[in-house]
Write a protein that binds this ligand. Structure first.
Ligand code: KE4
Length: 427
């Protein structure tokens, strides 16, 4: 039986860092990543046969649990009659209609193959629609690895401590202005100075790439008002929060109406899918209807569409989000209780099937700076103390966590028992 270490060495011989996405490399937490052999429900098994309770779920898509039978059947049935056509197929229309039904702000939607592609396409569309070049994002937020976004980005960029990525032309990076999440005054000031030049504001409605930080009351509403006042496009990046924090996404939770919404993860159920959609007046400018170009060989891939449709059917089951939310809340309150019993300061929060926890005694964490002041070393120790006991959190203090409907009460109880031991170990 191969070891994780040998598998990692083999991977490093042919793949940069041995991984196809940097955050998987355990660089922030230390140690070496394990390599997954198979997954089922809430569990991963590594190549050595060790089982983990998985709180990443492929970074969000696996909301119904790994290899849900309905999703697997949809993929198998579709694969048997075609893998990819490069021609339109009815499933694209079905999935588009399903998303539009669930997200009223979307009149038209275009499928792509990743969240990155969705976000960079949305920015291009906003720039084409307004004729403006500048965009505004928030420090610590992550919208994929498109050049315009690798400016004070979150997720893996933050994990690796890369303020900005080399290779992004300065002339392009200079067109990206960053403000502070939850600091509406910092946004107002930028609009005062260059509002007439801003093509778009792009925001994660719940920041999930600097750990998890919810919007303060009035923050998202303020962005909407400023965009209306200055003729800028409001892009709400729901790649992570879409169909994850609520059936209608974060925009349903906070009552915000984007001009464009980006999607990913859950709508593909683990298959490569992203999407961007929004108001007809904007979306109809996308080629071939309009002049803003965007294309993709595998966009609307039938297997990915079938998987996404199966996932969206599963999450519309009666009580799905009520059950998912209740279990995630129980996980978080149980973590706080266990940490408190060990004298470890911990704050948690959750919304639907998304959660975060911070090693801090601050009453709450509502900014990127506050997230960076938390005890990262304590997180690293806790991460490994849990990992060796079979519970797998995101290998970075700057990521959110994800539950699935397969994380039943017994799985939550097992997790909390492991966490209690881990908190005692690190106290
Ligand atoms: P992808 O290109 O990775 O499919 O999506 C980019 C993206 C866009 N917008 C938001 C809000 C996102 O969270 C992401 C990707 N999320 C990270 C996890 N924080 C993906 C994990 C990884 O990079 O390996």
């Amino acid at each position: 039986m191969p070891t994780n270490h040998d598998t990692f060495l083999a991977a490093q011989a042919v793949i940069p860092g041995g991984v196809n996405s940097p955050v998987r490399a355990f660089r922030q937490v230390g140690g070496e990543p394990f390599f997954v052999a198979r997954a089922q429900g809430p569990y991963l098994w590594d190549v050595e046969g060790k089982r983990y309770i998985d709180y990443i779920g492929s970074w969000g898509p696996m909301i119904a649990g790994h290899s849900h039978p309905a999703v697997v059947k949809a993929v198998q049935d579709m694969a048997a009659i075609g893998m990819s056509y490069g021609c339109p197929n009815p499933l694209e229309t079905e999935l588009a209609a399903e998303i539009i039904k669930l997200v009223p702000s979307v009149d038209l939607i275009r499928f792509v193959s990743s969240g990155t592609e969705a976000c960079l396409s949305a920015i291009r569309l906003a720039r084409g629609h307004t004729g403006r070049d500048r965009i505004l994002k928030f420090a610590g937020c992550y919208h994929g690895h498109g050049d315009s976004f690798l400016v004070k980005a979150g997720s893996g960029v933050l994990t690796l401590g890369l303020p900005n990525s080399p290779g992004v032309p300065k002339a392009l990076a200079d067109l990206t202005i960053t403000a502070e999440f939850n600091d509406l005054e910092s946004v107002r000031e930028i609009f005062r100075q260059v509002g007439h030049e801003l093509a778009a504001v792009i925001v994660e409605p719940i920041a999930g790439n600097m750990n998890m930080i919810e919007p303060l009351p009035g923050f998202l509403e303020g962005l909407r008002a400023l965009c209306d006042e200055h003729g800028s496009v409001l892009i709400v990046d729901e790649v992570m929060t879409g169909f994850r924090v609520a059936l209608g996404g974060a925009q349903a939770v906070y009552g915000i109406t984007p001009d464009i919404t980006t999607f990913g993860k859950v709508i593909g159920a683990g298959m490569p899918v992203g999407a961007y959609g929004g108001r007809r007046a904007i979306m109809q400018q996308i080629a071939p209807l309009g002049p803003v170009y965007q294309a993709g060989t595998l966009s609307g891939n039938p297997i990915a569409m079938a998987a996404g449709l199966a996932n969206l059917t599963l999450i519309q089951a009666p009580g799905f989000f009520e059950t998912l939310s209740a279990r995630t809340q129980r996980l978080c309150s149980g973590l706080e209780t266990a940490a408190g019993a060990a004298g470890v300061p911990l704050r948690t929060l959750s919304r639907g099937g998304m959660f975060g926890f911070f090693f801090t005694d601050a009453p709450s964490v509502t900014s990127f700076a506050a997230a960076q002041r938390c005890d990262i070393e304590a997180f690293k120790r806790f991460f490994h103390a849990c990992l060796k006991r079979g519970v797998y959190w995101a290998p970075s203090a700057y990521e959110a966590g994800f539950t699935s409907i397969a994380h039943d009460d017994a799985v939550i109880d097992e997790t909390l028992a492991v966490a209690a031991e881990a908190f005692r170990e690190i106290a």
